[in-house]
Design a protein around this ligand. Structure first.
Ligand code: UTP
Length: 475
């Protein structure tokens, strides 16, 4: 078809679906931009788009929230009896074996826009460590290398980006010589995108020849791993388990043998770390059982009476919060994609820059449009088996989300020192504290020094005396 015929077909399709504004600036474009725009329009699947508009854009509360659910059971931080202690021992041994056999890889999702932090560029390039000013990507690479050395096996690293930050991320890795990792063991791939809509269901234009779109959510990772052939690469390397984490949490225990081992022992498809919520309505997802399947119900969807329901011992019935740390089996991802799967779509009303009918760029100061995303935890009920292992907030959860206040870099940095101090104190080292018992020094503990409290214990001899106000780097 020549370009005139293609234009005529496109305008007819768009008009039929009330989206003809997308070609409003066609006459003003050069040939390359016209071609580019026509390709985007031709790739639109109108039946699907119209169902999204009906179900998720015009409908304000589209997701069906289960009404019948129970709390999910979980493995506590410490085993509750001898029987469970034996299971933990077996799991640790299995986890260590999988690591030393090279069956485990790291997988970080780093395709988000990081709008709340307001940092320019990929969030992984944010300097979070207090003394050496290491970035999140550097900390993770050092952690991977340290665990790899500990178990004498390669641990490849898979990184999901989005079209918004893919080339910037590649450039960062090149410039930093892959943070000391072998370039061949780092696989960077992009997630998909979804188009953005105005609140009245029209597709937004980002500029005169580009439809507005945004990353399709961390749930997109399960398809992107497959489409990008990252899964194929994993299979060729014999990877069986993926340790999944988010780019904003430097405290995560990347390769905990207990977590990996429990997941593998139970032959689970996808498993989760959880913490006991700080209060009943903390803004984290809630682990529940729906039709016998582990399911995360978002904090906004958990009815208040359920959130406050208590057990006879005073604990909350729905006490387990999700912190986006998972083990996912490569066989589970393969099965999902081979059989075909769909995750529920979540609607987010956001400020989305767009081109108005006069061709001017508008940067809205209030939410004007809808982005559609899927969430990775929605895959949990698709797994035939899924285990949950409790962790402690101070050990493993300090995400950098906001520029200030809760979940800000200041809080994360303090938690990094606090955890290092706790590991040293556990090993018998005296760490200075103020009168109110808060830590009175800064400690930066590199992964090379320790990735867990036991590693720190083995290195006590090398730790200098720490005085009030000191800044100590343990490398
Ligand atoms: P968040 O939900 O915190 O979103 O992502 P965000 O985009 O990073 O930040 P805000 O909301 O714009 O401030 C949690 C994790 O999921 C990844 C992020 O990179 C982060 O590691 N993510 C999120 C993706 O990889 N892709 C997405 O489409 C969304």
């Amino acid at each position: 078809m020549d370009s005139t015929a293609r234009y005529n077909k496109a305008i007819a399709d768009l008009t039929e679906n009330n989206q003809q504004h997308l070609l409003a600036f066609y006459d003003q474009l050069d040939n390359i931009s016209r071609e580019n725009l026509l390709c985007q329009v031709e790739s639109l699947d109108f039946p699907e788009i119209n169902s999204w508009i009906r179900d998720y854009v015009l409908n304000e509360s589209p997701l069906e929230v289960p009404t019948n659910f129970d709390p999910a059971s979980y493995y506590p931080v410490d085993p509750k009896d001898d029987n469970q202690a034996q299971i933990y021992d077996n799991a640790v041994n299995l986890g260590k074996k999988l690591l030393s056999d090279g069956k485990v890889a790291g997988f970080v999702v780093a395709g988000g826009q990081g709008t709340r932090l307001g940092f320019d560029g990929p969030k992984g390039n944010y300097q979070i460590s207090q003394i050496r000013k290491k970035t999140l990507f550097r900390l993770f690479a050092e952690h991977i290398l340290a665990v790899s050395a500990k178990y004498g096996a390669k641990i490849p690293w898979y990184i999901m980006t989005s079209p918004l930050n893919h080339s910037a991320t590649l450039e960062l890795f090149e410039r930093n010589t892959y943070y000391g990792m072998d370039k061949n063991d780092v696989f960077i791939f992009q997630q998909g995108t979804n188009i953005n809509f105005s609140l009245d269901g029209r597709i937004l234009l980002a500029d005169k020849c580009t439809l507005a779109s945004s990353p399709d959510g961390h749930g997109g990772s399960l398809r992107a791993i497959y489409k990008s052939k990252a899964l194929q690469d994993m299979q060729q390397r014999g990877i069986e388990q993926l340790s999944y984490w988010q780019v904003d949490n430097p405290l995560v225990h990347l390769f905990d043998p207990l977590f990996i081992g429990l997941h593998a022992l139970e032959d689970a498809g996808m498993s989760s770390r959880a913490l006991i919520k700080a209060h009943p309505t903390e803004k984290v997802g809630n682990f529940c059982l729906v039709d016998d399947k582990v399911t995360v119900i978002e904090y906004s969807d958990l009815p208040d009476d359920q959130a406050h329901r208590q057990n006879p011992d005073g604990s909350y019935v729905f006490e387990l919060g999700s912190i986006a740390i998972h083990i996912v089996s490569t066989s589970f991802i393969d099965k999902l994609n081979s059989a075909g799967f769909a995750l529920p779509i979540h609607r987010a009303v956001k400020k989305i820059p767009y081109i108005d009918p006069s061709g001017n760029t508008v940067n809205p100061d209030k939410p004007n449009g809808v982005k559609l995303e899927t969430f990775v935890f929605d895959a949990l009920p698709l797994a035939s088996k899924s285990i949950i292992l409790e962790t402690l907030r101070q050990e493993e959860f300090a995400p950098v989300k906001n520029a200030s206040g809760d979940d800000s870099p200041d809080v994360t940095r303090k938690m990094m020192t606090d955890r290092a101090a706790a590991w040293l104190e556990k090993a018998g080292i005296k760490v200075p504290r103020k009168a109110d018992r808060t830590i009175d020094c800064v400690i930066e503990m590199s992964a090379n020094f320790a990735v867990c409290a036991d590693d720190a214990k083995a290195k006590v001899e090398t730790v200098p005396r720490i005085k009030s106000g000191d800044s100590i780097y343990l490398g």
